[in-house]
Design a protein around this ligand. Structure first.
Ligand SMILES: C[S@@+](CC[C@H](N)C(=O)[O-])C[C@H]1O[C@@H](n2cnc3c(N)ncnc32)[C@H](O)[C@@H]1O
Length: 291
């Protein structure tokens, strides 16, 4: 890209480098927002650090920077987030997909063969992150993505269409109630449900203030959605099928106990990249209690 992409005609006094330094944001946020305001990528900013910014682009950037300083997630400001190698559109109707949820996708993919069709459900799909990452990595899989929020499902459907993933279907509804009576059994059910306790102070701090409450907390001690999902899973799983769920940083023991209580076997706890126990997976091996 040429140096003149930032036109000199309307130039203000501030350079790319000074704008980044003066906006009051951590460097990565500043770079993502300035690249967005200019319609360039982050590498371009490095190569053009001394270019002057056009006045209206500088204004747009400093407006975005203020909204970020006030707490709005970068992903909402730019309308997208990368997840498991996919470029997802996100809006304030959906949780911003988190890096730790990529661990849940990895755990699911380890349990899904590449060479034959499998049936997968992603309960509480939000932007579609988990469902679409699985559908992309396992083209033979038939993935059902559900959510109680129609607005979230609209975002997820849009992402599937944009990514050209036709092996994903969508259904609205409350956890297992979203599954049609004739939906049959699944080889794997994945869920990253709301799991923050209702009295957790983080809900009224930082980025979380801008995300849908329904996506963050089920109320109470934060475990109610996980209780429902774990207790109901085996009647929707094939013999040998898997349930894999994400949970909060301090919920691993409680969630493992829920899996044991529900009769799951081969239960594994997986840590995320920060070393925090984050995912529990278990297998429906007891053929006697199959649906
Ligand atoms: C933590 S977000 C996860 C979103 C997405 N799966 C991800 O990992 O980025 C939880 C999702 O569950 C949905 N949800 C909340 N309560 C639900 C319910 N009772 N039944 C189905 N989905 C629900 C929310 O709308 C939200 O999209």
């Amino acid at each position: 890209m040429s140096r003149n992409v930032v036109p000199d005609a309307a130039a203000g006094e501030i350079s790319v480098r000074r704008a980044l330094a003066q906006c009051g944001l951590v460097p990565v946020d500043a770079q993502v927002l300035l690249a967005h305001a200019l319609g360039v990528d982050r590498a371009w900013l490095v190569a053009h650090a001394t270019d002057p910014l056009p006045r209206e682009r500088a204004g747009a950037f400093f407006d975005l920077a203020k909204r970020r300083r006030d707490g709005e997630p970068v992903a909402y400001l730019v309308g997208r987030r990368e997840f498991h190698g996919l470029d997802l559109r996100v809006t304030p109707a959906v949780l911003v997909p988190r890096p730790e949820t990529e661990t849940l996708v990895d755990v699911a993919l380890e349990r899904l063969p590449r060479d034959r069709p499998v049936d997968v459900a992603d309960l509480g799909t939000g932007s579609g992150a988990i469902a679409l990452a699985i559908a992309s990595a396992r083209p033979l899989a038939r993935v059902l993505a559900t959510d109680v929020s129609q607005d979230a499902l609209a975002v997820a459907r849009g992402n599937a269409a944009r990514l050209g993933l036709s092996n994903v279907a969508f259904a609205p509804g409350d956890w297992y109630a979203a599954l049609a009576p004739d939906a049959g059994a699944f080889d794997l059910v994945a869920a990253n449900p709301p799991y923050v306790a209702a009295d957790d102070a983080h809900l009224s701090e930082g980025d979380l203030r801008f995300e849908p409450a329904q996506a963050l907390t089920p109320g109470g001690d934060g475990l109610d959605a996980l209780r429902t999902i774990v207790a109901g899973a085996r009647s929707h799983l094939r013999a040998g099928g898997w349930l894999a769920v994400e949970h909060g940083f301090d919920q691993s023991d409680a969630v493992r106990a829920l899996f044991a209580e529900a009769g799951f076997e081969a239960v594994e706890v997986r840590r995320d990249l920060a070393g925090i126990p984050r995912v529990v997976a278990g297998r429906n091996l007891n053929l006697g209690s199959e649906p």
